[in-house]
Design a protein around this ligand. Structure first.
Ligand code: ADP
Ligand code: MG
Length: 567
C-alpha cells in the first residue's frame, strides 16, 4: 500500500479510548447516533461550501448516509457522501481532541470506571464511541473537490496507535467500517438498526438509508404482482427538527436532537422552540444543558449557537447571537434575513445580528424566569450549574440588569444554610417595616460570611442579610447595586442607614462616645496610618471590634481580589 504510516494517538485520546472500551457499555447503541450525527455534520459542511462552489457536488447532490452490514465478515458500515477528509484532516480529527482544556479534564479522572463514565458523558466521546462495539475500525475517506486517487484509509484497534495510507476511493465522503466484537453481533440486524435510527436520529436533516431487497414477480390470490427492484430507502423522517411545528415533536425528539446539536451525551434541562414572523423572520431552538460542560471556565473554549440561513447550515459556534454570560446556552438559529454568504466578520456589526441577539437574550432570560417561578428543583439544578456564569450578566448587559436580578439566588441569614435559593423578591417580601435597603455581606467562604461580626446588629434587629461567598460575587455587587428600586448595601460599609433610634438611645450613645475618647486616642496612636479612623460602633453585640470600609473605599474582599490578581 501507498505511504503507510503509523501514528500514536494524542495521550488524551489514548486515555479516552481506554475509558470507552472499559466503561461505556451500559448504553452502547449510542455509537450509531454519534456516527450518524457526524455524517449529518459532514453533509451540512459540504452544502455550505457548495454555496460558493457548486462543482463540489460533482453530480452527486443528494446527501445521505447509508447503513449496511456483512454478517459473514462481522462488519457494519456507515457511509456518507458529505465533505470527507484529506489525509491531514484524518490524522488531525481522528487522532487528537481539539477541545481546549482536554488535558486538565483527563487529569481529573479518578480511575473508577463508574464515576469516570459519568464524567465522560459531559465530555462527549463522538467518533471514538465506535470502539464501544468494535475491536477494529477502518475509515475510508475522500474530501470533496479531489479525485478518486486522493482517498485515505485510517485504521486502528483503538489502543495506542492508528495507521494511515493513501487509497483509491471512487466516491466522495466517508465510510466507517466497524469490525464488531464477538459479543456485539446484535447490530448486524436490519430491525435492530432501524430501531436505533428512529430512536436517536429520526430528525437529522439527511436521510439514513438502508438497502431494501427487491422482490421477483409473483402470484398472489390469482393476481400477478410485478417484480420490484432493490433500492436504498430512508428509515428516518429526515426533516430537520426545528422546521416542524411543536405539536409534531415529542420531548424525546427534542432531547435526542439536543445531543446532536450540542455534542452532549446527557439530556437537556429545558428548551424553547420558536418560529418568529414579521419584521424579522427566524426560528430558534434554544437549550439549557443539564450540566456544565467541563470547559465552561476555559477562556478560549468554544460556545455559541449553530447558525442556519434559510435552512442551510452556515457555521457552528456563532457566538454573536448571545452575550457571554449566556454562553452555556446551546441550540440553533435559522434566519431568513441574513445573506447566505454571511461570514463571522459580517455577523459582527450586522443589524440583523444585533436585533436577533436582543430577542434571543430576552427569550433565554424569560425561559429561566419562568423555570424559576414554576419548577424550583429544576431551577436549583440550573443555578448550581450556571449561576456563577449568570452573575457576569449585570456587568456585561446593563439593559437587562433587572431581568437578570430576578434570576439570582443567594444564601441568606433567613435560611441559615449554604444553599443558594433565596431570590431578591423573597428578600424584599420579608423586609422589616421601614427597611429600604437590601443588605449583603461578601466573604471568602460561607462560614466566614455567616459568622462575621458585621452581622450582629442586623441579626439583633431581625434583618435578613444575603451571604455571598463566591469569587465572582464582589464583581457582581460592584455592578449590581439596585433591584426593584432598592439599594444593595454591604454590611461592612460605613453607614448602614439603620438610625431609627429613639432620642434616649441617641443620648446614651453620645455619652458612650464621649467616655470612650481616651481609649479611641490610644487606638489611633497605636494603629497609626494603618487605619483611616477609629470609631465607636453600635453595630456589634458580641465581638469587641471589627474593620469597616469607608463609604467610597474598596471593600476588604475587593482588595484581596486585586492582591490575588497581582495589583
Ligand atoms: P465532534 O463531532 O464533536 O466534532 P467527533 O469525535 O464526533 O467530534 O468527530 C471528530 C471530528 O472528525 C469531526 O469534528 C470531523 O471533523 C471529523 N469527522 C468525523 N466523522 C466525519 C465524517 N463522517 N465526515 C467528515 N468528517 C468527520
Ligand atoms: Mg460528533
Amino acid at each position: 500500500s501507498v505511504q503507510q504510516e503509523t501514528h500514536g494517538f494524542q495521550t488524551e485520546v489514548a486515555q479516552l479510548l481506554k475509558l470507552v472500551t472499559h466503561s461505556l457499555y451500559s448504553n452502547k447503541e449510542i455509537f450509531l447516533r454519534e456516527l450518524v450525527s457526524n455524517a449529518a455534520d459532514a453533509a451540512d459542511k459540504l452544502r455550505y461550501k457548495a454555496l460558493s462552489n457548486a462543482d463540489l457536488y460533482d453530480g452527486d447532490g443528494e446527501l445521505r448516509v447509508r447503513l449496511s452490514f456483512d454478517k459473514d465478515a462481522g462488519t457494519l458500515t456507515i457511509a456518507d457522501n458529505g465533505i470527507g477528509m484529506t489525509r491531514d484532516e484524518v490524522i488531525e480529527h481522528l487522532g487528537t481532541i481539539a477541545k481546549s482544556g482536554t488535558a486538565d479534564f483527563f487529569s481529573n479522572l479518578s480511575g473508577d470506571a463508574a464515576k469516570d463514565s459519568q464524567l465522560i458523558g459531559q465530555f462527549g466521546v463522538g467518533f471514538y464511541s465506535a470502539f464501544i462495539v468494535a475491536d477494529k475500525v477502518t475509515v475510508r475517506s475522500r474530501a470533496a473537490g479531489f479525485g478518486a486517487d486522493a482517498g485515505v484509509q485510517w485504521e486502528s484497534a483503538g489502543e495506542g496507535d492508528f495507521t494511515v495510507e493513501n487509497i483509491d476511493k471512487s466516491q466522495r465522503g466517508t465510510e466507517i467500517i466497524l469490525h464488531l466484537r464477538d459479543d456485539e453481533k446484535e447490530f448486524l440486524d436490519e430491525w435492530r438498526l432501524k430501531q436505533i435510527v428512529t430512536k436517536y436520529s429520526d430528525h437529522i436533516s439527511i436521510p439514513v438509508e438502508m438497502w431494501q431487497e427487491g422482490t421477483p414477480e409473483r402470484e398472489e390470490n390469482g393476481e400477478t404482482i410485478s417484480a420490484t427492484e432493490g433500492l436504498w430507502q430512508a428509515v428516518n423522517k429526515a426533516t430537520a427538527l426545528w422546521t416542524l411545528s411543536k405539536s409534531e415533536i415529542s420531548d424525546e425528539d427534542y432531547k435526542e436532537f439536543y445531543k446532536h446539536v450540542a455534542h452532549d451525551w446527557e439530556d437537556p434541562l429545558l428548551w424553547s422552540h420558536n418560529k418568529v414572523e414579521g419584521k424579522q423572520e427566524y426560528t430558534s431552538l434554544l437549550y439549557i444543558p443539564g450540566k456544565a460542560p467541563f470547559d465552561m471556565w476555559n477562556r478560549d473554549s468554544k460556545h455559541g449557537l449553530k447558525l442556519y440561513v434559510q435552512r442551510v447550515f452556515i457555521m457552528d459556534e456563532a457566538e454573536q447571537f448571545l452575550p457571554q454570560y449566556l454562553r452555556f446556552v446551546k441550540g440553533l438559529i435559522d434566519s431568513n434575513d441574513l445573506p447566505l454568504n454571511v461570514s463571522r466578520e459580517l455577523l459582527q456589526d450586522n443589524k440583523v445580528t444585533q436585533s436577533l441577539r436582543t430577542a434571543l437574550t430576552k427569550r433565554v432570560l424569560g425561559m429561566l424566569d419562568k423555570l424559576g417561578r414554576n419548577h424550583e428543583e429544576k431551577y436549583q439544578q440550573f443555578w448550581s450549574a450556571f449561576g456563577n456564569v449568570l452573575k457576569e450578566g449585570p456587568a456585561e448587559d446593563m439593559g437587562n440588569k433587572e431581568a437578570i436580578g430576578k434570576l439570582l439566588r443567594f444564601a441568606s441569614t433567613h435560611n441559615d444554610s449554604n444553599v443558594e435559593n433565596v431570590s431578591l423578591a423573597q428578600y424584599i417580601e420579608r423586609m422589616k417595616e421601614g427597611q429600604d435597603k437590601i443588605y449583603y455581606i461578601v466573604a471568602d467562604s460561607y462560614g466566614a460570611a455567616k459568622n462575621s461580626p458585621h452581622l450582629e446588629l442586623l441579626r439583633k434587629k431581625g434583618i435578613e442579610v444575603l451571604l455571598l461567598s463566591e469569587r465572582i460575587d464582589e464583581w457582581l455587587v460592584s455592578h449590581f447595586t439596585e433591584f426593584d428600586g432598592k439599594q444593595l448595601v454591604s454590611v461592612t460599609r460605613g453607614d448602614l442607614g439603620l438610625d431609627d433610634l429613639s432620642d434616649e438611645e441617641k443620648a446614651e450613645q453620645e455619652k458612650q462616645a464621649e467616655q470612650s475618647k481616651p481609649l479611641l486616642e490610644r487606638f489611633t496612636t497605636a494603629l497609626g496610618d494603618k487605619v483611616k479612623d477609629v470609631k465607636v460602633s453600635q453595630r456589634l453585640t458580641d465581638s469587641p471590634a471589627c474593620i469597616v470600609a469607608d463609604e467610597n473605599d474598596m471593600s476588604s474582599q475587593m482588595i484581596k481580589l486585586m492582591q490575588q490578581a497581582g495589583q
